[in-house]
Design a binder for this molecule. Structure first.
Ligand code: FES
Length: 160
């Protein structure tokens, strides 16, 4: 069950928005930040908070790539595979990540640290190949830079 304090915080966010739908993605992201991903129970709670139907919330949750409807690792690595990054070699970066992490796209590492997900444009097209881990964007990726970033992110996860 959602803690009352979080529920009240989210309701205040909904009240401040022009429409409930406008607040929906922020509410879903806040819930995801709290729980790691959106369970069915969380979607129902979000619908109640937002005054929307569960189906409307489900549609939003499954439309946005940054909302997760299944368990993910502590850090989600999103690797852009849109045209600019593709032309800069994102395939090699994705393959390198798969090797390093020992997972296929969509998979989560055995230690629960990382989930690897290819995604559409991250808005950093001028600095491809690009990936995003959590809220941090990394561009101009090379295999060496990916290794450094993974090490840094793993240390951060362990220290949490
Ligand atoms: S195409 Fe990769 S960030 Fe836009």
């Amino acid at each position: 069950m959602i803690p009352e304090s979080l529920k009240n915080e989210l309701k205040a966010r909904v009240d401040a928005a022009v429409t409930n739908r406008e607040a929906a993605v922020d509410v879903l992201k806040d819930l995801q930040r709290h729980y790691g991903w959106l369970t069915d129970e969380t979607v129902l709670a979000a619908a109640e908070i937002l005054g929307l139907s569960p189906l409307q919330v489900e549609e939003l949750a499954t439309f946005y790539e940054l909302i997760y409807r299944r368990p993910v690792g502590k850090r989600v690595i999103q690797v852009c595979d849109s045209i600019s990054c593709w032309s800069c070699g994102c395939d090699a970066i994705l393959n390198h990540l798969q090797e390093r992490l020992g997972v296929e796209p969509g998979g989560t590492t055995a230690d629960g640290c990382f989930t690897l997900i290819p995604c559409a444009c991250l808005g950093n097209c001028g600095e491809g190949p690009t990936m995003m881990i959590g809220d941090t964007l990394y561009g101009l990726l090379t295999k060496e830079r990916v290794d450094e970033i993974l090490e840094k992110e793993r240390k951060l996860v362990v220290s949490e």
